[in-house]
Design a protein around this ligand. Structure first.
Ligand SMILES: [Zn+2]
Length: 174
């Protein structure tokens, strides 16, 4: 997917035309997301299908995929967080209408047409940013040592726990 996506869209027209938009957006252009990243190299792969659902709600369904680069807060080494997020937006013209679609969709308030596309995709990625970036267990340079320590600590504790159950402590005579 290397297709260029339009800078601005008319979502209501895309809905009427049942259009599918697919293409990529560079992460470094996302001014809110980029500062959170270790490296803003790479792109978001976007696929959006515009249409109207059975209830007559104008919606945008699709996916946003990206590989986001962070620094692992445990080992301080670079790590990649893979985002593969489903998009389910309900188009509304104002805040009052947002509640009407909220049961099934994330409301997308279209305040102006044409609407810039990039912030919509950036919002989806921001939702997928981890609160604390950490490698998965087994992938983290800092983890093997600490898990071994935890394991041996558990082995040391277990015999005492068994003894405590078998032999009543002095205090229990009361
Ligand atoms: Zn790590």
């Amino acid at each position: 997917m290397t297709q260029q996506l339009p800078e601005h869209i008319d979502p209501f027209r895309l809905v009427r035309q049942n259009r599918i938009l697919s293409g990529v957006l560079p992460l470094h252009r996302m001014a809110r997301l980029a500062p959170l990243l270790h490296s803003a190299d790479g792109v978001a792969e976007v696929e959006l299908e515009f249409g109207t659902d059975d209830m007559g709600v104008m919606c945008v369904l699709g996916r946003v995929k990206a590989e986001l680069h962070f620094i692992c807060q445990r080992c301080m080494q670079p790590m990649t967080h893979v985002v593969d997020a489903e998009v389910a937006l309900g188009l509304v013209a104002n805040r009052d209408d947002a509640d009407k679609v909220a049961a099934h969709y994330e409301p997308l308030i279209i305040e102006q047409v044409p609407t810039p596309l990039l912030p919509i995709i950036e919002d989806e990625l921001l939702l997928a940013v981890p609160i604390v970036a950490l490698h998965e267990s087994g992938m983290c340079a800092a983890l093997p040592l600490s898990s071994i320590v935890e394991e041996s600590a558990m082995k040391r504790e277990n015999p005492f726990a068994v003894l405590a159950k078998l032999k009543p402590r002095d205090g229990s005579k009361n």
